[in-house]
Design a protein around this ligand. Structure first.
Ligand SMILES: *Cc1c(COP(=O)(O)O)cnc(C)c1O
Length: 498
């Protein structure tokens, strides 16, 4: 049979990376992707499959023999695409958008191409140095003070997500505090956010060893548009101090996840500074708007905070994941997170003349992600990025006008950026189970059509719908059509047909 020999011959031909084969298949893949982007509107935005659907489509085990790329592509079309919720659809208005661009895609390709595991400077000097440059570029665009820049006394790093930005800064703050008060006092450390702070904050605080009893979620109300009140912060901090706790860290939010509320950075930082609290500003979504001068005032007081994070994957056309973190005092991060195993030792690191980003993050390995941001910044120019932000805001304003023009609907909280929180409220009731039921039904109806995808939130006891404009392919006609659909749903509902 000669099977041994032929198996041997076959496996000798196996070349996981062959430049010519790569060229051929990658061209096919690019065509596949371009076609997908072109026809994306033909798919239901929200996937309509049932849990477990994929199990019956695919074999029980991996193939023993190789399969052709064509067969695999066919399966992607047939089995994977139906199970996708199409985040890049122009009719995607849920959560916050995940923005993209040709430039970022090409940057991603290049990042993947090198597969550099740039944990320290020597592991790819360009990876570290480009990241430093790009972080300073973006800091400049945001008019951050020099204290956050490498060209000043601080610096920036690309984390994967906000959770990691909060974790590394919280650990830096914690270790700084413990140096003074001693580890035996860990149980006395307290951290602060509002009831609108991203849910990850509580999880991260627990991960950082903060006692769950000392994690404060300070209530917000509609009177402050659901932003954190400095007066309340002061009360809570002072009560904690009186009770023998040690205030450690405040996570303020510039653009909350539910309603894009903006915590007033300046007065909050003033309270925090008095008590030696590390202030972090989570500007994951709305921070990007500050590249436009007309929004920069939301960062007033930023010179008083210790760290700031912002995720360009949400609004600056940069594929997931990319969370930019700036810190005033990088050495506090490095002190808390540095590792120095023998196998990573090298002359430049020991000379202290370079940045080793492994000491600014959780793990060791890291991708060359700054390439994406660099390509986006260069290919668009600040000019086009500003008009991209303004164009999304213009579309959101248009939607807001439509909502306001229909007496059956209302805008629940004032719109600041490109997201509108609204609801159907035909009988003008503020708190009412009936209004909530109407809106739940409306949302379900709209999403079940597959033509639009929106999500909801509940803030201050009020159930509301969130219409987040910003998917890269969205144009005016999509916003107009979404509103038509929402009105049609309301029509059906109010006639009692649902
Ligand atoms: C979306 C969001 C997060 C989490 O998102 P990342 O993608 O991890 O950055 C955190 N905070 C706020 C305010 C958000 O809107």
């Amino acid at each position: 049979m000669g099977s041994l020999e032929s198996n041997w011959a076959e496996s000798c031909q196996f070349k996981p990376l062959d430049a010519e084969e790569f060229r051929k298949q990658a061209h096919q893949m690019v065509d596949f992707i371009a076609d997908y982007y072109k026809t994306i509107e033909s798919y239901p935005v929200l996937s309509q499959v049932r849990p477990g659907y994929l199990h019956s489509c695919l074999p029980e085990s991996a193939p023993y023999r190789p399969e052709s790329f064509d067969t695999i592509l066919r399966d992607i079309q047939k089995h994977i695409i139906p199970g996708m919720t199409h985040w890049l659809s122009p009719n995607f208005f849920a959560f916050f958008p995940a923005t993209v661009s040709t430039a970022a895609f090409l940057g991603e390709m290049l990042c993947t191409c090198f597969n550099a595991v740039g944990f320290n400077w020597l592991a790819s000097p360009a990876a570290t140095e480009l990241e430093m440059i790009v972080m300073d570029w973006l800091a400049n665009m945001l008019k951050l003070p020099k204290t956050f820049m490498f060209s000043g006394t601080g610096g920036g790093v690309i984390q994967n997500t906000t959770a990691e930005s909060i974790l590394v800064t919280l650990i830096a703050a914690r270790d700084q505090a413990l140096d003074i008060i001693g580890v035996e006092n860990t149980h006395r450390l307290a951290v602060y956010g509002s009831d609108q702070t991203h849910s990850t904050f509580i999880k991260i605080s627990k991960l950082a060893g903060i006692s769950p009893r000392n994690i404060r979620s300070i209530p917000t109300t509609i009177d402050t548009d659901f932003s954190l009140s400095p007066i309340l912060l002061r009360e809570v901090v002072e009560a904690d101090v009186a009770a023998g706790l040690i205030p450690l860290y405040l996570c303020a939010t510039m653009g909350t996840t539910s309603t894009a509320a903006v915590d007033p950075i300046e007065p909050l930082a003033e309270v925090a500074n008095e008590h030696g609290i590390w202030v972090h500003v989570d500007a994951a979504y709305a921070g990007s708007a500050c590249i436009c001068p007309e929004f920069r005032h939301y960062f007033n007081g930023i010179e008083r905070v210790d760290s700031l994070s912002l995720s360009p994957h949400k609004w600056l056309l940069t594929y997931l994941d990319c969370c930019c973190l700036w810190v005033k005092n990088p050495s506090s991060l490095v002190k808390a997170l540095n590792t120095n195993p023998e196998y990573l030792r090298n002359k430049p690191s020991e000379s202290d003349s370079v940045v080793d980003y492994k000491d600014w993050q959780l793990g060791t390995g890291r991708r060359f992600k700054s390439l994406r941001l660099w390509l986006v910044l260069r290919s668009s120019g600040v000019m086009n990025l500003q008009s991209h932000i303004r164009s999304d805001i213009r579309l959101a304003k248009m939607f807001e006008r439509l909502v306001k023009s229909d007496p059956r609907f209302e805008v629940v909280v004032p719109r600041k950026f490109a997201m509108v929180c609204f609801r159907l409220n035909p009988y003008s009731q503020f708190y009412s189970g009936y209004t909530e039921m109407l809106n739940r039904k409306l949302l379900e109806w709209v999403n079940s059509t597959g033509r639009v995808y929106m999500t909801h939130t509940i803030v201050g006891g009020v159930y509301m719908l969130r219409f987040a404009v910003g998917a890269t392919l969205t144009e005016e006609c999509h916003v107009a059509a979404a509103w038509e659909l929402i009105m049609a749903g309301a029509e059906v509902l109010l006639k009692g047909d649902l």
